[in-house]
Ligand binder design. Structure first.
Ligand code: NDP
Length: 349
């Protein structure tokens, strides 16, 4: 008689939907999908909860009038998804095969299959990699002005970067800060003309060109930054209580290169509603959003993706429904669905 450990199933169970990612988009998609009776598995990743796990207080998520701590908010999202039966795997996805249905994804030790997939892998703020940058995160070092600007009322702060994000963050922060130092490594800004002009004419902003940040200073909280002139090599320090890193975000889409349509930076592009170029693969949240990047917009996107999955599965006859959506709504006809899927599906990656 075989022992349990020998009885590893050869063909994994097929879920209705696999959700890759556990930020607001992934968990909201899970809440909606599981509540719609879809068999739902969330591949949460090794670091659960996405970018809100490195945010201290979230004051602009509706429904929390006193604010809420980022990790607590994500814990609530997860519990709500579990309540409706969503299953969770706290591991990174290391490989996907979207070339045939059911779709497959792999963690380091297991394969999972689903008739639909929602990609909600988010984006990561780029960091400078300074010796004390991570240690002082949440204590004055931040990657999000909208999230943390409020805490710097009447304080002097610095923003790093020369692109539109840095301009936007610097301008936003002038609402709170007494002075904003914009630190840029080159002698000209990359940002669009209109944003540059707004920054250069704002009396609260001082632009430091040819200035690289060498380190963040301070023990318990940010007290200043050490700077290097990139032309002369001269080292100096300025006193600030906050340092906002605004050197861009990187969407977490490495796994999907050559498989899902993306722009030149790597943000995924939808084809119909929230569906990607591969029928049955959907997207939600920051992985496809370089503009808003808010928890509440990501959650909304997760909701849209789950509703789209439900309707798409119905249109494919994969789940029972009283009202079946016409496959044409997804740019397909009933006759061509299988053929077009086979034609358009890319190779495994
Ligand atoms: P960008 O890539 O445009 O700019 C990044 C900036 O950070 C550059 O100035 C770059 O310097 C600097 N940088 C990168 N790495 C480092 C580093 N290691 N050390 C120091 N500085 C560094 O990214 P953004 O996020 O600003 O913008 C991304 C896209 O989103 C752009 O297309 C932008 O136009 C768009 N966007 C539009 C907005 C709007 O229209 N309102 C708002 C925000 C973004 P360098 O110039 O030397 O390369």
């Amino acid at each position: 008689m075989a022992h349990d450990s020998d009885a590893t199933p050869q063909t994994p169970a097929v879920y209705d939907v696999l959700i890759i990612g556990s930020g607001p988009a992934g968990y909201t998609a899970a809440i909606y999908a599981a509540r719609a009776n879809l068999r739902t598995l969330v591949l949460q990743g090794d670091q659960l909860g996405g970018q809100l796990m490195i945010t201290s207080e979230v004051e602009n998520y509706p429904g929390f009038e006193e604010g809420v701590i980022g990790p607590e908010l994500m814990d609530k999202f997860e519990k709500q998804a579990r309540r409706f039966g969503a299953e969770m795997v706290p591991q990174d996805v290391v490989k996907v095969d979207f070339s045939s249905r059911p779709f497959s994804v792999w963690t380091y030790n297991k394969q999972y299959q689903g008739n639909a997939v929602i990609v909600a892998t988010g984006a990561s703020a780029k960091w400078l990699g300074l010796p004390n940058e991570q240690r002082l995160q949440g204590r004055g070092v931040s990657g999000c002005a909208t999230c943390d600007g409020f805490f710097f009322r009447d304080k002097e702060i610095a923003v790093v970067g020369g692109g539109d994000t840095a301009m936007e963050e610097a301008l936003f922060l002038t609402r709170y800060a007494s002075r904003v130092h914009l630190l840029h490594r080159r002698d000209s800004l990359r940002a669009s003309k209109i944003m540059r002009q707004r920054v250069e004419t704002n009396p609260k902003i001082v632009v430091h060109y040819s200035t690289a940040v060498e380190d963040v200073l301070g023990e318990a909280a940010v007290e200043g930054v050490k700077l290097r002139n990139t032309q002369t090599g001269e080292i100096s320090e300025i006193t600030v209580q906050g340092l906002f890193i605004a050197i861009g975000h990187q969407p977490n889409t490495e796994l999907f290169k050559g498989v899902l349509d993306m722009d030149e930076v790597g943000y995924l592009k939808p084809t119909v509603n929230t569906m990607t170029n591969v029928p049955g693969i959907f997207l939600a949240g920051d992985v496809a959003d370089s503009r808003y990047r808010q928890a509440v917009t990501a959650a909304g996107e997760g909701c849209r993706a789950a509703i789209d999955v439900e309707r798409w599965l119905e249109s494919q006859g994969e789940v029972d429904s009283a009202t079946v959506e016409d496959p044409a709504a997804w740019g397909e006809t009933a006759e061509t669905t299988d053929a077009s899927f086979a034609r358009r599906a890319p190779a495994a990656h």
